[in-house]
Structures are given as C-alpha cells and as structure tokens.
Design a protein around this ligand. Structure first.
Ligand code: CS2
Length: 499
C-alpha cells in the first residue's frame, strides 16, 4: 500500500474530500512552540475547523525544538500532513492545512524570536511537555540552577529553553511595536497558565536590572496567560498510519498523525489580542478552567499512568491490551473513584458517569494501539502533576491511598527495578530523565531496605514536598514493590484492593 509510486501529499495532491481548509490561511496569527504529534492533532485541528467556519488571520507557524523530521517533511508536503482518526469501527483521514510555516528552533533561533515578536502574532501556544518548562519539581519555581536556564539568562547565545525563548521574544516585541499578545500553555500541568506566567516573570526578574525594569511593566500590562485543558489521545506515528493515508487518500504522507476521535479543549477567555473562534470548533470557554484541568489530569492522566505501569509489568504492549486485563481495569476503577475523584469538584456541565464510561471506552480503543511505554515515559515529571495532591488529601484525612501507592510502586518497578528483577521489555523501553538519579539512589540505600529506598526517592523530591511527611505512604509503596517483585503486578493490585 505504501507504494512509492503514489504521489507525495502536497498542495496539488490533497483529494478534495480530505482538507479541513481548502487553502491554508494567508497570515500567521499563532506561533506554536512544540510541533509534535499532539499539537498537530489537537490545536491545529481545532484551529483549522474554526477557520473553516469563521475565517481570520490565524495561520500557525509551527516551531519544533530540535527534531528536524516533521519540519523537513512538512516542507516537502507544502506544510500539509494528514490526521488519521481511528477507532475499531472507523477510520477518517483529514488534512488540516492550517500551518503557514514550520521551523526548527535549534537551527533558526533568531527566526523564532522574530516570529514571537512579529506584529501579526497575537497568540503564542505551546506543547513542550511537562519537562519543557524548566521548573524545579520541588518549588515549582524556575530552575535557576539548570545550566540551560543560566545560559539563557546570560543571553550571550540564542535561548535554548522554552521560557528563555518566550522572554527573549517578548523582550524583542516590547522594544518594537509592543502590541499585546497571549501566551497559552497547552500542556498537562496543574495551573498551566499561571505556572507559565510565573516562570516568565521569574526569568524576567533574574535578568540584569535595566532589562528587568524595562520588561516587567509591559509584561504586566500587555501579556495574558490564560489556563487551558487539552485532551486527545495521540499515539506515536507508525507505518500503519502511513498505510492508512495511502489507502484513504491515495498519497504518501511521511508524517501523518494518529488520533482518537475524541477531542476536548477548555480555555479561559482572557486573550490580550484576539483569538480564532475556537468555540466554532467545539472548544469551551470558561472563567475558571481549573476544575476541568484537575478532572482531566487526575481521572484521565493519573489513571492512565497506573494502567501503563501495571500493563507494562504484565507484559502488555498497548493501553487497550492492558485495560482488557480484569485486574488492571479494576485497579483503574479503584484509583479513579476512590482516590482521584474525592479530590475533585466535578464541573456542573460534566456528567461524571458518562465521562468515566467514555474514558474506559477511549482506553479500550484497540485500533489506536497507544503503547504502555509511551504513557509510562517521563513518569518522574508526569506523576508529580497527578499523584501527590490527591494522595496528601487522603493521608491527611487518615486514609491510606493504596492505589496511588500502587501507581508509585509500579512506576518504580518499571524505571528503577530492584537488582535481579526484570520489568520486561515495555518497561525497559520507557524513557525517563530520572532513571540515572533513581539508580544512584538505589545504589546508595536500597541494600538497607525497600522502604528506605522509597523514602529516599520521596525525600529527593520526586513527588514534591508533602509526601515525605507521611512515612506510611513510603512503607506501603515499598510493600507493594515487594509483592510486584516476588509475585507480579496482579497480586499487588489484589493486595491494594483488599486493604
Ligand atoms: C498520557 C497523555 O502520556 C500520558 O501521560 O496520559 O498523553 C494522554 O494521552 C493525553 O493527555 C490525553 O489527552
């Protein structure tokens, strides 16, 4: 099917039925930092759908950090790519065609700053993942010890961090036409808008006094940082999706994006210089995004982590395979209803049973093949957003959150397995920036006891400040690790359930 004789996807070869927009917009109104699959299947699709209904100067310049593949391929394809929406019953392939440019920041750092400063840019969106924000997990403040942050503050070379890029771009903007702009984080972080505002502010405060004093008042008056909740399951691209594009559109696309049919976007309507009519494409605007954000971060992302770690330890390659195992589905239900839900205020327009039912259907989407290793990667930065607050709420009320302890136990078994224990190929394939430091901690204390290891990990700040005050949580996590190692993930889940 992936015949090289098929024409390459491009302006002239998009079949008439496929585009969301017949022609990309002429003007760039949005600069997006983080040109990954998620952006291309989420904000780009919403923006294209909004423009199909209400035209406007809202083309997107997509900026990749370092990786060149997507940018190169998009250029070869006149900035087009396909979105393959897939569920067991149906495959739908569309071509959003909403990008007006694509570049790699590491190759063209100055062009990025120019784009952020351009008068036509009214919204800067970003999906740079949890660890793209260079904050200290312990304080949630800008990590001023990180060499890349320090280098960006010195400013003798082009900025390398996202926050550095944004501040340098805003600095250029304020020194030029000084038009207002909105910075919209679309990452799975608690309070993503406020966090971004604070990190930008802290970076600016750390600049030499003259630069700081010049920029701070303009930041205050002219830059908005609304919060947002984004939701769509978007796996990595594989040849199966390239084949699907070939079969459906009769063209070759090197960089299609797979996605589930579901997509949700909730934002605070605080934009400094206008925005696309995203509501025309189903986005929801609200004065307070936090309840939606926490609902999604905990019920979806938090439970997702447990499914991924238990699944990987149980030898499951994909999330649908994992959640098809009764003990994993049961553990998922328990953590969701008994430990995440009590920490939430469910927004009035959300039907909880419908929402949870839909979550299980989404996880069970076997056509999508979302891999346990993908969801399980970067746990050290993801779990911090998902586990500690709900766990502390239970612990402070005198209850042990057994399934949150199981989440941490399964995570540690996957990425810091005790000597002699093999977590299997799916866990071994998980990428995590903390692997090295966890291994060093294990080397230092694990010999004394499993509990000492978990305590040391928590004291090291993996899950913020609060949990080390509850040694019983570390002890419970260590017991569950011991059961996983000796008997496997199913008996550990049974033990968490029994407790
Ligand atoms: C997942 C998310 O990888 C993960 O941690 O939980 O990427 C999840 O698929 C998305 O947030 C869904 O919106």
């Amino acid at each position: 099917m992936r015949s090289t004789t098929l024409p390459r996807l491009g302006r002239a070869t998009v079949p008439p039925a496929a585009p969301v927009l017949a022609r990309p917009p002429a003007e760039t109104g949005i600069v997006h930092l983080g040109l990954g699959n998620f952006h291309r299947a989420h904000q780009a699709v919403h923006t294209a759908a909004a423009l199909a209904r209400a035209d406007g100067p809202w083309g997107i310049l997509g900026v990749a950090g370092r990786s060149t593949d997507v940018v190169r391929a998009m250029h070869e394809q006149d900035l087009r790519y396909a979105v393959v929406e897939i569920s067991p019953g149906r495959t739908r392939v569309t071509v959003p065609a909403v990008h007006t440019g694509a570049l790699v920041a590491a190759e063209q750092p100055d062009a990025v700053l120019d784009a952020l400063a351009a008068p036509g840019t009214a919204v800067i969106t970003m999906t740079v993942t949890e660890h793209g924000y260079t904050f200290s997990p312990r304080t949630h403040g800008l990590d001023l010890d990180a060499p890349a942050v320090r280098a960006d503050l010195r400013g003798d070379a082009p900025p390398r961090t996202t926050i550095g890029r944004i501040v340098r771009g805003l600095q250029r903007r304020s020194r030029g036409h000084a038009r207002p702009v909105t910075v919209l984080s679309c990452d799975n972080l608690v309070g993503n808008g406020e966090l971004t505002r604070r990190l930008v502010r802290e970076f600016t405060e750390a600049l030499p006094a003259a630069e700081r004093d010049e920029l701070v008042p303009w930041l205050e008056s002219s830059v908005a940082f609304p919060g947002s909740m984004v939701d769509r399951i978007v796996p990595a691209t594989t040849d199966a999706y390239r084949d699907a594009v070939a079969a459906h559109l009769g063209v070759r696309d090197a960089v299609p994006v797979p996605a589930e049919p579901f997509s949700m976007w909730v934002m605070e309507d605080r934009f400094a210089a206008g925005r696309p009519r995203w509501e025309a494409a189903g986005a929801l605007f609200t004065a307070d995004v936090e309840p939606y954000e926490l609902l999604k971060l905990r019920l979806l992302n938090g439970t997702h982590s447990l499914i991924a770690y238990l699944g990987a330890l149980d030898g499951r390659d994909t999330i649908p395979d994992a959640v098809a195992r009764p003990f994993i589905a049961e553990a998922a239900r328990s953590v969701l209803y008994e430990e995440y839900l009590p920490s939430l205020t469910v927004p009035a327009d959300i039907d909880l049973d419908g929402y949870v039912g839909q979550l299980f259907d989404r996880w069970a989407n076997s056509a999508l093949g979302h891999r346990t290793r993908q969801v399980g990667s970067d746990g050290s930065v993801k779990l911090r957003q998902r586990v500690p607050d709900p766990a502390l709420l239970q612990l402070r009320a005198g209850r042990m959150p057994h399934h949150l302890a199981l989440t941490v136990a399964a995570y540690l078994c996957c990425v810091a397995p005790p000597a002699g224990f093999s977590p299997g190929p799916h866990a071994t394939a998980m990428v995590d920036p903390a692997r090295k430091s966890l291994a060093a901690t294990a080397e230092r204390v694990r010999a004394s006891s499993g509990a000492a290891f978990v305590e040391a990990v928590l004291e090291g700040g993996l899950l913020g400040d609060g949990l080390p005050e509850h040694p019983a949580f570390a002890a419970r996590t260590a017991e569950l690790i011991d059961i996983i190692v000796r008997f496997g993930p199913a008996p550990a889940a049974a033990e968490a359930l029994r407790a």
